[in-house]
Design a binder for this molecule. Sequence first.
Ligand code: SHN
Ligand code: NAI
Length: 247
Amino acid sequence: MTSYAPIRPGGSLILAWQTKGRKVLIVGGGQVAAGRIVSVKEADAQVTLICPEKGLCHEVKHRIHVDKVVNWVDRWFQDSDLDQHYDMVLTAIDDHEESLRIGQICRERRIPVNVADVPSMCDFYFMSQHRDGPLQIAVSTNGQGPKLANMIRQKIASSLPQGIGETVRRMGALRAKVRQWDPEISNSGPRMRWVTKLCEDWGWSGMARLNNLSQDEEKDMYTSLQKAYETGEVPPVDTVLPEEKSA
Ligand SMILES: C[C@@]1(CC(=O)O)c2cc3[nH]c(cc4nc(cc5[nH]c(cc(n2)[C@H]1CCC(=O)O)[C@@](C)(CC(=O)O)[C@@H]5CCC(=O)O)C(CC(=O)O)=C4CCC(=O)O)c(CCC(=O)O)c3CC(=O)O
Ligand SMILES: NC(=O)C1=CN([C@@H]2O[C@H](COP(=O)(O)OP(=O)(O)OC[C@H]3O[C@@H](n4cnc5c(N)ncnc54)[C@H](O)[C@@H]3O)[C@@H](O)[C@H]2O)C=CC1
């Protein structure tokens, strides 16, 4: 009988939430709010932040007045703020009772909410994140050890090959080419098998060589790869890329 991996309950569902253009409300203006602004703006959301001026830390002021990436409302939170149809609410305030209350209203209205000081009131937790272009690596300890998550993330980040974010970007471009060569929806199987084989045959070091290609070299590579794709073969990396320049 086939045996499958056992299901291990108790984790979080880790997703890459697409928040481009979505409306996010941040309540509070201290250092935690400053971190939230960076996280959601890097994911292209639209941010409204509610906090009286006297509560704003230096970084939050910078995001409001210099970067101009935040719609700022200069007052305390009031319940009618939630009539604005937010897609997500993040509270980062130093008033525990008020945190709980805002979290509760969001729950009632089914708005996904993160309450920085009350893990049990969070629909989702933030993670410790490493970002390099399109590559994002995030670590969660599910509330057990946020500082430890930060240290684990740093250890992982320091072990990554140099330029890996650019390699990911170049592979994205290569995959888009394959779809251009063979756009039929029904050819998904052959497309996926070919791209998978290329990743495996070329390996880390082969794919990393994509990073240094000039536009002309890239064009020649695509010409060779397209011919090979039509035969279903993946050519060895040395036959389609120029010799590595010694540093
Ligand atoms: C549950 C969660 C909810 C949420 O915030 O989403 C939560 C909750 C709480 N954090 C607290 C404390 C600290 N948080 C940090 C740092 C981070 N906290 C983050 C996430 C999370 N924090 C979620 C769980 C994530 C997970 O477990 O993996 C990170 C990963 C992401 C981010 O916030 O962006 C970010 C690192 C980012 C990075 O470095 O990349 C530090 C260290 C520092 O500030 O340098 C400390 C002090 C040291 C320590 O406690 O470890 C306290 C107060 C406890 C108290 O009063 O004693 C609470 C409330 C509680 O636990 O009750
Ligand atoms: N999840 C996490 O990663 C962490 C969470 N925390 C918790 O997050 C919370 C915020 O931390 P910090 O930014 O360091 O605090 P802080 O004290 O620097 O800032 C709190 C902010 O909330 C504002 N505020 C308070 N009540 C408000 C209301 N009703 N409406 C609008 N604004 C209001 C204050 O004016 C101030 O700007 C704290 O409760 C802290 O325990 C702290 C560290 C890490």
